[in-house]
Design a protein around this ligand. Structure first.
Ligand code: A3P
Length: 309
């Protein structure tokens, strides 16, 4: 049993899944992204009109999902289904939480019109056609220290799970064994390298926190929704503000957390702190130094610079 499996094994005691992670072509994958679905996605038909949102987990996916949904639907909030089950237009194709449900990618296959497809998959596990057809990809990158803390809360603080020491978790985060198929670097860098591709919009979480209106406009332009009026943009900014989302049970994903993860949403909300630099409250000096070493390797010569405060 790998170290990661050992560390995770007992942590989802109340689901019917006895394994929290498994190995897939050298990647550690979570139980709710089964190998059968990953296989099926290798032949998933991508359409040129598709819009993908690709993120490393805990990088503002739910936030950007809402922004993109509103942008694509002319700021019409009635079309938003941020609660779970996900709307057919924005289900994660790799998720298969309840084996009795139809897989999300099948629902996507039956969807007409412009599809919006959020995913956390690393490049090698994505449907290959993502790189072959001129689909639009919005990639959101968040500095890995804040993403690590956010992920820690997401998985570690629920009462269903055996408390897990921060330092043990952090060593897994820095390893290649983090459960979503690879480390932060192998997720972010390939998209950073594609940032000049006209079909790729590479955006940073920290920039969204700094100037949400500017980022919403950028997303609208990228998705050829330039016709959105100032009023519509204002509405999107308001509906996607941290304060608004924090106070909205649907945006917080309460039902999903209760029904699927079996966790207490007040402990692990999808909309938690929404800050840049929160990691400082968690990292010791030694942990920060170790993290910086690994981060340097992740970044390599790519030229990517993230903001940590
Ligand atoms: P924190 O846990 O650091 O607060 P994901 O949706 O990929 O799981 O990302 C979750 C992170 O995005 C959480 O970070 C959450 O608070 C943050 N987030 C969600 N909505 C946000 C908003 N409107 N503004 C800023 N951050 C937001």
């Amino acid at each position: 049993m790998s170290k990661t499996e050992e560390l995770y094994r007992n942590r989802v005691p109340r689901t019917r899944h006895d394994v929290h992670v498994y190995q897939r072509t050298g990647h550690t994958m979570p139980w709710f992204v089964p190998a059968t679905i990953l296989d099926a996605l290798q032949s998933f038909e991508v359409r040129p009109s598709d819009v993908f949102l690709i993120t490393y987990p805990k990088s503002g996916t739910r936030w950007t999902r809402k922004i993109i949904t509103l942008v694509m639907n002319d700021a019409n909030e009635e079309l938003i289904d941020t609660d779970i089950p996900f709307s057919m237009r924005s289900g994660y194709p790799e998720f298969h939480i309840n084996e009795d449900d139809e897989p999300w990618y099948k629902k996507l296959e039956q969807t007409n019109g412009r599809r919006f497809i959020p995913t956390h998959l690393i490049p090698s596990l994505l449907p290959p056609q993502v790189f072959e057809k001129p689909v639009k990809v919005v990639y959101i990158a968040r500095n890995p220290k804040d993403a690590a803390v956010s992920y820690y809360h997401h998985y570690m603080t629920s009462p269903q799970q055996i408390p897990y020491k921060w330092e043990d978790y952090l060593s897994v985060f820095l390893s290649k064994n983090m459960a979503y198929g690879g480390d932060w670097g192998s997720h972010v860098i390939p998209w950073w390298e594609r940032r000049n591709n006209p079909n790729v919009l590479f955006m940073k979480y920290e920039d969204m926190v700094k100037d949400l209106r500017k980022c919403v406009r950028e997303i609208a332009a990228f998705l050829e929704q330039d016709h959105l009026s100032d009023e519509q943009i204002d509405k999107i900014v308001k509906l996607c503000s941290f304060e608004y989302m924090k106070n909205n049970p649907e945006d917080r994903g309460d039902r999903f957390l209760i029904d699927y993860w079996k966790v207490d949403p007040s402990k692990s909300p999808f909309v938690r702190k929404g800050k840049v630099g929160g990691w400082k409250e968690y990292f010791t000096v030694a942990q920060n130094e170790e993290f910086d070493q690994v981060y340097k390797k992740w970044i390599g010569e790519s030229g990517l610079e993230m903001e940590f405060e």
